[in-house]
Ligand binder design. Structure first.
Ligand code: PLP
Length: 428
């Protein structure tokens, strides 16, 4: 890797790593940690950890219940967090933002509530072969319950959505298009604006699984015109246990509540109840109070750096990694060229299983990558593999860490390569 490339002006300052205690701790007993498993979950800066401690030390009580000082304080912080999320995705109204446990919970909410109320036998849900199980299994279950049918948009050779086939599959029976904005395995950025425009013209709604895009790229639900959008706090420097469902007001208003219990009611009688107004209608029980407030601190942190700047940083890293990885003999990169992807690269090796590979990278080089099917088993099957290795980057990763990954790959290859083939290809 050239020094010029490493000094690329779009890279974020390495000094921000000092905000992340775990990156500077002793996770691997003396060996620096290279954390490349950010698509699974990111690390937290001190600002987020401090926010968690602050709430528990000074502001914690249940929300929307008491009239005492602490309950008022925690309710205010919780609702401020909702406003912060609204701003992040440019939703029109604050009550279009529902706090859930995560992307999975958000999608299940729509599948259960909207799906069960609206899907009829023979009607279609159009999804894609690159979906995470979270945007596949809830629709398989909804199809089982309602008699609706699932259709899947295939891929082009290079791992992008085949939009020609999308056009062919979208028809008057399609009620919903459920699609990831970014594939968590291929890294592919999907053309959401085009998809929503076409789906709406055909009379279908669009649910966007934005788990891998909101943390990495600017999001504007009014511009993209998505009907539903789901994402998770823990993939964007926030805590686990909190996620978001955005839905357009008229759709959420018309949907029946999903979970029943405290908070989601207007009135309750022994023989009936009325649901609360939005957003409470979809937030039954005690919500993820502290995770939501800490997610707000994570959004502050991301916005202070700039989501666009984070995207550019990841693109530099992805470009460097992609170029180097594509020169390695026997290594196959899954998915499209860097300009069509975000900051993650999955790859497979001839002869070396992803798990063995990831184990050596971790144990000998301190590089944490994901190995397996990354909850995209159908996609892996389609690609003719059972597992892959995934390196996924975030704002605190550096070109030097990519060098470490490459060093590790070279060593693993040498360990596993049969005698006589132990060298790296130098050509293009
Ligand atoms: N969708 C995508 C594209 C993901 O990458 C993930 C997590 O890896 C999920 C959904 C599920 O997110 P969560 O586990 O936070 O519910």
């Amino acid at each position: 890797m050239s020094a010029a490339a490493a000094n690329h002006s779009a890279l974020l300052p390495e000094s921000l790593r000092e905000d992340f205690p775990i990156l500077n701790g002793d996770v691997l007993e003396g060996q620096p940690l290279v954390f490349f498993d950010n698509a699974a979950s990111t690390q937290r800066p001190r600002q987020v950890i401090d926010a968690i401690r602050r709430v528990y030390e000074h502001d914690y009580a249940n929300v929307h219940r008491g009239i005492h000082t602490l309950s008022e304080r925690s309710t205010e912080l919780y609702e401020q967090a909702r406003e912060k999320v609204r701003g992040l995705i440019n939703a029109e109204k604050r009550h279009e933002v529902i706090f859930t446990q995560g992307t999975t919970a958000s999608i299940n909410l729509v599948a259960r509530s909207w799906g069960d109320a609206n899907l009829q036998p023979g009607e279609e849900i159009l999804t894609t072969v690159m979906e995470h199980h979270s945007n596949l299994v809830p629709w398989l279950q909804a199809a089982e319950r309602t008699g609706a049918v699932l259709r899947h948009v295939p891929l082009t050779e290079d791992g992008r959505l085949d939009m020609h086939q999308f056009d062919n599959l979208l028809n008057e029976r399609t009620q919903l298009v459920a699609v990831a904005s970014v594939s968590n395995t291929l890294g592919t950025i999907n053309p959401i604006d085009e998809i929503t425009a076409k789906a709406h013209a055909a009379g279908a709604l669009v649910l966007v699984d934005a788990a891998q895009s909101v943390p990495h790229m600017p999001t504007d639900v009014q511009k993209s015109d998505a009907d539903f959008l789901a994402f998770s706090g823990h993939k964007m420097l926030g805590p686990s246990g909190v996620g978001i469902l955005y839905g357009k007001e008229n759709l959420l208003d018309a949907m029946p509540p999903f979970l029943g219990g405290g908070s989601m009611i207007g009135e309750v009688h022994l023989d009936r109840f009325t649901p609360a107004e939005l957003p409470a209608k979809f937030e039954a029980g005690t919500p993820p109070i502290v995770p939501a407030i800490a997610m707000s601190a994570a959004i502050d942190y991301l916005q202070a750096i700039g989501i666009e700047a984070i995207h550019r940083h990841e693109q530099v890293l992805t470009g460097l990694a992609f170029e180097a990885l594509s020169q390695i003999d026997g290594l196959r990169i899954l998915g499209p060229a860097p300009e069509h992807r975000t900051g993650l690269i999955s790859f497979v090796f001839e002869r070396i299983h992803a798990h063995e590979f990831a184990q050596v990278l971790n144990d000998r080089f301190g590089v944490a990558v994901r190995a397996g099917h990354h909850c995209t088993q159908p996609l892996h099957t389609l690609l003719g593999i059972s597992a892959s290795t995934r390196a996924s980057f975030y704002l605190y990763n550096t070109p030097a860490e990519i060098d470490r990954l490459l060093e590790g790959i070279a060593a693993v290859q040498a360990m596993f390569a049969p005698k006589g083939r132990r060298r790296r290809k130098s050509g293009k």
